[in-house]
Design a protein around this ligand. Structure first.
Ligand SMILES: Cc1cc2nc3c(=O)[nH]c(=O)nc-3n(C[C@H](O)[C@H](O)[C@H](O)COP(=O)(O)O)c2cc1C
Length: 186
């Protein structure tokens, strides 16, 4: 697939088949991730891979409870109250894989570097016929001491991009993208 086609056709995927994703494919995506640019070439990223559905369900349940409890101080989440209260809603949409990009505290803005690595994962996955969706709802769970301890994530690392991955079960809806807002052309 041509790069421009990959960029234009990638859409977030929230419906997956039961088909597993091979370790080799996951490794291909992680190797694509580390090709991203990073400030001062710090490459301040690290990755976690979860394929254990029970663990993903636990992280989903914990995240929903955490998000619900925080709605008071984050009014932009009010519209999600019903969704977070729904026991059938899995924030990972029952995807077979959850890849998470973590930032080491190195360089001027490691989270930006990690977001670039995350985009590489999402574009490379699309080029390989796989679907992804960045799950911001899971970010704070990975930064809680309990989960860090459970998964052996060093204290100083912070989660930037939890990304679900799998074989798409159907085409994602079209998303209208706004034209670029051009502030100046000199
Ligand atoms: C930082 C970030 C956080 C996101 N968090 C979620 C999320 O928690 N759950 C979800 O279903 N989609 C999430 N998304 C996906 C966006 O909803 C999606 O990218 C947007 O609607 C545009 O659709 P597209 O990816 O198909 O272009 C997130 C995307 C980004 C970049």
């Amino acid at each position: 697939m041509e790069l421009m086609e990959v960029i234009y056709k990638r859409r977030s995927v929230r419906f997956f088949t039961e088909e597993k994703v091979d370790k080799d494919v996951i490794d291909t995506l992680l190797n694509a991730a580390v090709q991203a640019p990073s400030a001062m070439n710090n490459q301040p990223w690290a990755f976690g891979v979860i394929q254990d559905k029970e663990l993903m369900k636990k992280i989903s349940d914990d995240s929903k409870a955490y998000l619900l409890a925080g709605i008071g101080s984050k009014p932009f989440l009010e519209g999600y109250r019903q969704l977070f209260s729904n026991p059938d809603y899995n924030i990972f949409y029952n995807a077979p894989v959850l890849l998470t990009v973590f930032a080491r505290p190195e360089g001027p803005n490691p989270a930006v570097d990690c977001a670039l690595a995350a985009q590489n994962i999402m574009l490379a996955a699309h080029a390989l016929g796989l679907g992804t969706c960045w799950i911001g709802f899971a970010q704070m769970s990975f930064n809680l001491p309990e989960l860090k301890e459970l998964l052996g994530i060093p204290k100083e690392y912070s989660a930037v991009a939890p990304i679900i991955l799998g074989h798409p079960a159907k085409a994602s809806p079209e998303i209208v993208k706004k034209d670029p807002e051009i502030l100046f052309r000199k």
